[in-house]
Design a protein. Structure first.
Length: 542
């Protein structure tokens, strides 16, 4: 230590002033005399030494076997070693093209500002980008214990692969992950993104069997059962929060198929303004969601975003002053402060009998996941007449088709006319990717077509394709809606009952198609989507 101080002397003196050092008096004054400048420099020196040791011990600057040696040096000339190592390391990375100059400045500022013990813990979490857990939040190791030997490393590889696939799916905004055997022997993993399936990766049969098993295990499904369809669920913890997954397996030709539904909680946070309603429609829907009673029926085919709209509507309701109960099959997103009930036909928990018991619990708002039978339909409609706000979805192609379907289920036109406030039928179109969309090159005929309708087509865009949208040119989806308020005119028509079911449905589909197309055209002119997309979702109203 004394040796260290002896060496330090000239340095301290140098900092104080060269003149002191070179004059004999300066040396004679003695090293250990008190001087505030010396104390500050000494503290800074000790701090830098400790910082160097920390960087050497926990950073990647020094190879593990040289760490002790580097630390020993660091005690004496730590800052210099650190500086040399840092410069060497950064230059190497810069030459390799790993980082640019901006990154270097960024890293430097970050490491100087963030050096604290808590930082070590934070980076440990960041390094683990994803962790799969069972639905109660227990990790693999908690559930199965640590395995040993070769089995362990292979098992870990498979789990790592599962985690990679799941993380990729979350980043790519996939709604579903499908793992299925192909006739060639390999397995293919596909993601459904914005309603479209695309291949994510191909896996050899042995690895895939292990992958399927590891996912089934974490979802608490029977691994030995490979043919009978099974259901399960699991969750993944990522730095941004938790994502839930619902798994369904089934034996198919060539192996076992796995469908994983991604329940990304952020979809439950959408408000009405996020689903793409025009100002006019937004006002109508928001107005009804805040009425004390009435019924909103959302209809459309499978995958038309009905439940997302239902959640968006629920989000505008004040959960704390109104008693909100939802009946769902299954519960897709967790809403805080809402009683959510999951239908389970095996346990005889059906929409109808759940709704009956819910009505006895004095709810203000009831959300019915889907009306499938006459009993549920009748009860939901009656509830709206007895002072409840009822939100429900129905599988129907258009607004009028929804009325026909309800009559089909045995509901009298009088009840329909008095109970339903508004019917919304909707479709989802893909949104053009904001990063790569470009002004569309329209043919003279197309321009003429727009002009004849008196429309300004200068804002029409077409898809490009970039890394952010996997080259598809589309990113996310938006809803096209046709809203029908059940007013006196509609009521009169319903009660009149002159039209047959078939006529009404046909008329409804025709009217619905033209309204949805008009709504779609508005979004095309705004450059939000393309004409092809609008045609695709409105051509088949079934
Ligand atoms: Zn793009």
């Amino acid at each position: 230590m004394l040796y260290f101080l002896d060496n330090l002397g000239p340095l301290l003196a140098a900092a104080e002033g060269i003149s002191d050092f070179i004059t004999p008096e300066g040396v004679e004054r003695g090293l250990l005399d008190f001087s505030p400048v010396r104390v500050v420099i000494l503290i800074a020196w000790v701090y830098l030494c400790m910082y160097s040791m920390h960087r050497i011990e926990f950073g990647s600057l020094v190879a593990p076997r040289y760490k002790i040696l580097a630390n020993t040096f660091a005690i004496f000339i730590g800052p210099f070693i650190l500086f040399v190592l840092y410069v060497a390391n950064t230059t190497h990375r810069y030459q390799e093209g790993e980082i640019d100059f901006e990154d270097i400045l960024h890293e430097l500022a970050g490491s100087l500002l963030n050096w604290a013990p808590r930082n070590k813990r934070k980076t440990a979490v960041v390094q683990k980008a994803i962790e799969l857990m069972d639905s109660s939040g227990k990790s693999f190791a908690d559930v199965y214990g640590e395995q040993s030997g070769r089995e362990n490393s292979e098992g870990r590889q498979i789990i790592q692969m599962a985690e990679e696939i799941i993380l990729e799916a979350i980043h790519e905004r996939a709604s579903d992950i499908l793992v299925d055997p192909k006739t060639t022997g390999d397995f293919v993993v596909r993601f459904r993104i914005d309603g479209f399936l695309s291949a994510a990766r191909q896996i050899e049969p042995e690895k895939c069997a292990a992958l399927v098993n590891s996912i089934k295990a974490v979802a608490h499904m029977d691994i030995s059962e490979k043919r009978r369809p099974q259901d399960g669920s699991f969750m993944a913890r990522i730095p941004e929060g938790s994502v839930y997954f619902r798994v369904a397996s089934a034996g198919v030709m060539g192996g076992e198929k796995l469908s994983i539904r991604v329940l990304n909680q952020s979809a439950a946070m959408l408000g009405l303004e996020d689903i793409g309603l025009s100002d006019h429609n937004l006002k109508i829907v928001a107005g009804i969601a805040n009425q004390p009673s009435g019924m909103v029926l959302v209809c459309g085919p499978t995958g038309s975003g009905k439940s997302t709209s239902l959640y968006a509507m629920l989000n505008t309701i004040d959960f704390y002053t109104r008693n909100v109960v939802t009946i769902e099959d299954p519960i897709e997103y967790v809403l805080p402060a809402v009683s959510q009930i999951e239908v389970n036909p095996k346990a005889n928990i059906t929409f109808a009998n759940t709704l009956r018991s819910v009505l006895r619990q004095d709810p203000d708002v009831i959300s019915v996941g889907e009306i499938r039978d006459g009993e549920t339909a009748a009860m939901a409609l009656q509830a709206s007449q007895t002072g409840h706000l009822v939100l429900a979805t129905l599988h129907a192609s258009s607004n009028l088709a929804a009325l026909v379907r309800l009559m089909d289920l045995g509901i009298k036109p009088l009840l329909l006319a008095s109970a339903i406030t508004v019917i919304i039928s909707q479709r989802l179109v893909r949104r053009l990717c904001d990063k790569c969309k470009r002004p569309a090159e329209l043919s003279p005929e197309e321009v003429e077509g727009f002009r004849r309708k008196g429309l300004d087509c200068s804002g029409v865009m077409e898809p490009g394709g970039c890394k952010g949208c996997r080259g598809t040119g589309f990113h996310g989806r938006t809803a096209l809606v046709d809203i029908m308020t059940v007013n006196d005119q509609v009521k009169a028509n319903l009660l009149d009952g002159q039209l047959g079911f078939g006529d009404l449905k046909l008329q409804g589909d025709e009217k619905g198609r033209s309204t949805l197309r008009k709504e779609g055209l508005r979004r095309v002119l705004e450059g939000v989507t393309t004409l092809e997309e609008v045609k695709r979702v409105t051509s088949n109203l079934g």
